[in-house]
Design a protein around this ligand. Structure first.
Ligand code: HAM
Length: 428
């Protein structure tokens, strides 16, 4: 085969698209029930949008962006995620002035040049929601509830919500210093990646898969004096962040959303403050996050807007479909429907047959026809495979008489009708 899809990209055939469409439309409907409106942004954006938001030192920006210079010299990327474009659109269309608090839903392809493996693609698809314009912890509760609700409706039954707080920017600065102080004496024993992370973004060490690095980071975290009763965080939270986190956990309990707050984890994007969460499924392998999100209270301002809080999530559609319990196979359409326009071989009636097919399609009848002059037997076989209800035979005799010979594939009955009567018969 000379041409194949690029590594990490896939074709979706009709039978794949049945579950895709079902998921996409149910995600949109549920989001609308929570008051979110759909927004679509381009797949290409200015590279600076992601450098400023996702963060220059993150893996996404450092090594995973599909980035190119166009002929006008613009630095462009295929979007690796949806949050920064949504915030850009929110400001560009002045939604902060017209709507203030805006709740937006989106869906579409994202691009990351990662090493492809099960559940990790280079073109993958997300649906997500962003609530922009409020600092209330109840917005975080709504976002997590919406995320879990949508996953449950999609058949992801056994996933766990990991919840944590990243604190505010001051907490993060203090926390980073604490981790650095603790890890500095062991710096030489960290893996090469973590040695780089040490300066660029020390919190990433918490996510290192190397047991040595992980144990050291865990020790550093455990050495923290934490507020009693609070789940572990990578650093101590200030009073306001503790109160925010408490309300989020209380709100989730109120909403009946189970969560696990016993883990310290870091997110791979820089914009987060306070609440962060990941939804993990035991049905997925190493790439076990079905969905993730959190609060980002500085992004709107960093993009030149007013100081407004925001929170959101995104779910990976491929991963949701992998993690969903197998749904009953969609019943193959056994009921016959539609018309097959068959032309007896050697009849010179292609124009009339095409016109008949077009009239049928315009009146709403699914219609297929043969363009290759095959035998009537072959055309009947194809009509049967396509589950057509009627074969309309149109030969020179029929054209001259202004009629159609109609064979009902279910009943087997065959009759010749004037064209208008035939049109009425198949429309009924
Ligand atoms: P993220 O954790 O980078 O967050 O991605 C969210 C979800 O997208 C992941 O949990 C996963 O299901 C899916 N995903 C990510 N990368 C891949 C990949 N290479 N192949 C397949 N699926 C993938 C974000 O993108 C944030 N924008 C989420 C957010 C919204 N935070 C606030 N608002």
């Amino acid at each position: 085969m000379p041409f194949q899809t690029l590594r990490g990209t896939t074709d979706l055939l009709a039978h794949d698209l049945t579950s895709w469409r079902r998921l996409e439309s149910s995600a949109l409907q549920i989001a609308q029930r929570y008051g979110y409106q759909e927004l679509r942004t381009p797949v290409m954006e200015d590279a600076a949008l992601f450098l400023r938001s996702v963060g220059e030192t993150t893996d996404i920006v450092q090594k995973e962006m599909f980035r190119f210079t166009d002929r006008g010299g613009h630095d462009i990327v295929l979007r690796p995620e949806g949050t920064a474009p949504v915030v850009r659109a929110y400001l560009q269309h002045h939604l902060h002035k017209t709507e203030g608090f805006a709740k937006l839903f989106y869906l579409g392809p994202m691009f990351r040049a990662e090493r492809p493996q099960a559940g990790r693609l280079r073109q993958f698809h997300q649906f997500g929601a962003e609530a922009i314009g409020s600092v209330s912890p109840w917005v975080d509760v709504e976002i997590i509830t919406l995320c879990v609700h949508t996953l449950l409706e999609s058949g992801v039954a056994d996933a766990t919500v990991w919840l944590a707080s990243m604190g505010c920017r001051d907490d993060q600065a203090r926390g980073a210093q604490h981790l650095k102080d603790r890890l500095a004496p062991h710096r030489a024993t960290l893996c090469e990646d973590c040695q780089n992370r040490f300066d660029r973004n020390i919190f990433r060490v918490l996510d290192c898969k190397q047991p040595g690095c992980h144990a050291l980071a865990q020790d550093a975290v455990n050495s923290l004096e934490r507020q009693p009763g609070l789940p572990p965080t990578p650093f101590a939270l200030c009073e306001a962040c503790v109160a925010h986190f408490d309300t989020v956990r209380h709100g989730l309990n109120t909403a009946g959303i189970a969560f696990d707050d016993a883990h310290v984890f870091a997110r791979g994007l820089d914009y987060y403050t306070r609440t962060v969460f990941e939804v993990r499924s035991p049905r997925l392998g190493a790439q076990d996050a079905v969905a993730a999100g959190g609060r980002y209270d500085h992004l709107v301002e960093e993009f030149g807007g007013p100081s407004l809080g925001a929170c959101g999530f995104a779910a990976g559609i491929e991963r949701v479909l992998l993690a969903a319990r197998p749904v009953d196979p969609v019943p193959v359409a056994t009921a016959r429907a539609g018309v097959y326009v068959a032309i007896p071989p050697k009849s010179n009636v292609m124009s009339e047959a095409f016109r008949l097919a077009q009239r049928l399609r315009q009146q709403g009848t699914r219609t297929t026809m043969d363009y290759d002059g095959r035998s009537l037997k072959a055309q009947f076989r194809e009509a049967d495979q396509l589950h057509c209800q009627v074969v309309a035979i149109l030969g020179e005799q029929e054209v001259n008489a202004g009629s159609v010979t109609m064979k009902d594939l279910a009943g087997g009955e065959q009759r010749t009708l004037p064209l208008d009567d035939f049109m009425k018969a198949v429309a009924a």
